[in-house]
Design a protein around this ligand. Sequence first.
Ligand code: ZN
Length: 235
Amino acid sequence: MRYAVLIVGLVLAAAAVAFAQTPEPVPAPTPTPVATETPTPTASGEPLDQPSAPPDFAAIDWRRSQAKGSWARNGRLVRGVLLPELGEDFFTWDPIKNQIPNREWRRYGTDRLIRFVLSVIHAYRLEHDGAQRIGIMDLSRTHGGRFGPEFGGLGHASHQNGLDIDILYPRKDGTEQRPTKPSQVDRELSQALVDRFVEAGAVKVFVGPRLNLKGPKNVVVPLVHHDDHLHVRIR
Ligand SMILES: [Zn+2]
């Protein structure tokens, strides 16, 4: 009798194993969805549904930069990105020779700074249709470091690690050149530009004491020698 129970048990166990081994129906392979519409790439390679990418991004040789040290002390720039001399939204201005364009070795910044500034300028120009291009002066030197008077003019205390940039105020007459006195500055457009830099997260925007430009007191700071350009700094 004990054997009979054992045999029944073995038979049941074998049946269970056989049942477990019954192959499950294999689902038919899901066909890979075929895209019916491929987004048309723009010149920058960005799909058209990302209108925020400024057209000037396309002309830049992007690489991941590193800002070493601080803005004004022991600063260095590793793998800086070169700002082209001209773009759709900007021109560059040599602050020493007072002409377009600025020299190449004065136009290096971190990739973050260049992306930040070109994005702000592009959004500003979309809003102010027909506004002149924005003039950009010094960023940092090719590898950063000191940018004092030995490099011409008054020099910069900061601009050492690719996080500072000087930007000309838009002029009332709409010409693409440096304003030589505060009365030439278009205050309304300049304020719009300052507001956008603040909103985008600039840590400092130094502005001319004679221009009466407004902003949060810890960010928008009046400073001598800034009546022809504003100085934007990012973290
Ligand atoms: Zn500056």
